[in-house]
Design a protein around this ligand. Structure first.
Ligand SMILES: Cc1ncc(COP(=O)(O)O)c(C=O)c1O
Ligand SMILES: N[C@@H](CCOP(=O)(O)O)C(=O)O
Length: 475
């Protein structure tokens, strides 16, 4: 399997060659040359596989330059009950991603049972093991530069702490994440972990990561790598749980399901889109935003208009406070018939601070073929949804999942199970849970007292040169 850039001006590469970097050298994002199609027989065989077994089957379609036995060992080492051990009481942790049924036809797929209690652990734990494997084979080291709005950062740091030859420099928006999220990252004292809080929003941090990634000389000299979902491996690993969720929510492969996905950077739902392209029977991908509704606006109107920092809201689902969704470029590449010239033209406008409008084009006419629906959710909706799910079903959900449930309920169709991706645990957003339910969220025993630990973080302006200096100084 070879990987091509959405902008069409970079050579095709193999998986291991794109694993350690972020953007393609032409500024685009990597995607497989073609999506592997899963046959009816394969789908039948995959039903009933363990999470690790399924991950091996799915990933081996995309990773063809790691020997099968090695890939199997990496996947088996990653997806263990010991790592994904924070399942709700009474759930079998061995499921890795248990399905909770709220009522017939309405389910939550629990993706946040890993070490940092968010869905990012599903891909990031694998990335940690893949990085270690490839770096060891090549005798190389890596300096990861990442951006987080709250969950990618801790997931990456927990996955990479103590890993040989790996340093992590993680940019977060100063003062915008929850107290628990800050504590998860800033309390780490490992020598290879560096937290930088930038004065700005997540988009400012992500712009810095892209600017550094686009500086080929600096990237090569300081061996800069990426763990955000601009890295294809993140998206690939996230495809697996759509298959798992589908099998859990259905009895036969003749059935269809809908997935509702709380969205910000479009990485999670992009994985769902690819699962559908592979042949998974997905009737609808429901995209849910918070008040930062750039993506909902696109799916309703055909206009993609990323907002400036000053127009981006600080909300109670802070990990989705994103106005420039990196992975959206991957979807648009498919929507425009994989024509990189069209993507280049559209992103010339976006990268210049503008917008684009696809209405009236043949691309927009094709949108229904991709089976997306969308909606937005506000703080008031979030509180109401957390309350209803708690009172009606006795299940405590976090603020992002609440956005997913709220929008899911607007798009249910008779006979099609709706699976809402549960992207984080409630304890990460205790303040809003207290406001909604008047009680404290449950905290896994091993994370109690986290917020009281000493914290270590460097605060700086959202300035590319300052971040580069910091990296150089600590390498
Ligand atoms: C808890 C949570 N939910 C949803 C999202 C949105 O996912 P994506 O950025 O892949 O669209 C994020 C951040 O990525 C998150 O941390
Ligand atoms: N919501 C994310 C933002 C980064 O998204 P990514 O999937 O591109 O890493 C976060 O919580 O940090």
């Amino acid at each position: 399997m070879r990987y091509i850039s959405t902008r069409g001006q970079a050579p095709a590469e193999s998986f291991c060659d794109i694993l350690l970097g972020g953007l393609a050298p032409d500024g685009g994002l990597y995607l497989p040359e073609t999506y592997p199609r899963i046959t009816t027989e394969e789908l039948a065989r995959w039903r009933g596989l363990s999470y690790a077994g399924l991950a091996f089957e799915v990933l081996s379609r995309f990773i063809t330059d790691i020997p099968a036995a090695d890939l199997k060992a990496l996947v088996d080492k990653t997806y263990t009950a010991a790592t994904y051990c924070h399942a709700r009481p009474g759930r079998a942790a061995a499921d890795i991603t248990p399905l909770t049924t709220l009522e017939p036809g309405l389910h939550l797929l629990e993706l946040s049972n890993g070490p940092t209690l968010a869905f990012k652990d599903m891909a990031m734990q694998l990335l940690g093991n893949l990085f270690e494997y490839v770096l060891d084979k090549r005798g190389e080291t890596i300096n990861i530069l990442g951006a987080t709005s709250g969950d990618t950062g801790s997931a990456a740091e927990y996955a990479m702490r103590g890993k040989h030859g790996v340093r992590v420099f993680m940019l977060s928006p100063e003062g915008k994440m929850s107290a628990f999220q800050r504590a998860q990252m800033y309390s780490l004292q490992d020598d290879n972990i560096f937290n930088i809080a930038v004065r700005g929003m997540f988009d400012d941090a992500q712009d810095i990561v892209k600017a550094v990634s686009n500086d080929a000389a600096f990237k090569a000299q300081y061996k800069i790598g990426a763990v955000n979902s601009i890295n294809w491996a993140r998206v690939a690993a996230q495809i697996v749980y759509y298959f798992k969720g589908y099998f859990e929510a259905t009895k036969s492969n003749d059935e269809q399901v809908a997935f509702s996905v709380p969205s910000g950077n479009f990485g999670n739902i992009c994985a769902g889109h690819i699962a559908r392209q592979m042949g998974l029977p997905i009737a609808c991908l429901v995209l849910a935003t918070n008040e930062n509704d750039v993506l909902d606006e696109f799916f309703r109107s055909g206009v993609y208009r990323p907002r400036k920092t000053a127009e981006t809201h600080v909300t109670s689902s802070p990990s989705m406070d994103i106005s420039k969704a990196s992975n959206f470029e991957r979807f648009v590449f498919d929507l425009v018939g994989r024509d990189p010239a069209v993507v280049r033209e559209l992103w010339q406008q976006v990268d210049g601070g503008g917008a684009f409008d696809l209405t009236g084009t043949s691309h927009w006419a094709r949108l229904p073929d991709f089976h997306f629906a969308s909606g937005r959710s506000t703080h008031t909706d979030r509180l109401a949804t957390i309350r209803v799910v708690w009172e009606k079903y006795g299940v405590m959900i976090d603020t992002h999942t609440a956005d997913g449930v709220k929008v899911a309920l607007e798009h249910r169709e008779a006979g099609v199970p709706m699976v809402v991706l549960e992207t984080a645990q409630a304890v990460k957003f205790a303040e809003t849970i207290r406001e909604a339910l008047g009680r404290e969220p449950l905290c896994p025993a091993d994370l109690e007292g986290l917020e009281k630990l000493p914290q270590r973080v460097q605060v700086m302006d959202a300035d590319v040169a300052a971040v580069k200096d910091f990296v150089v100084h600590h390498c």
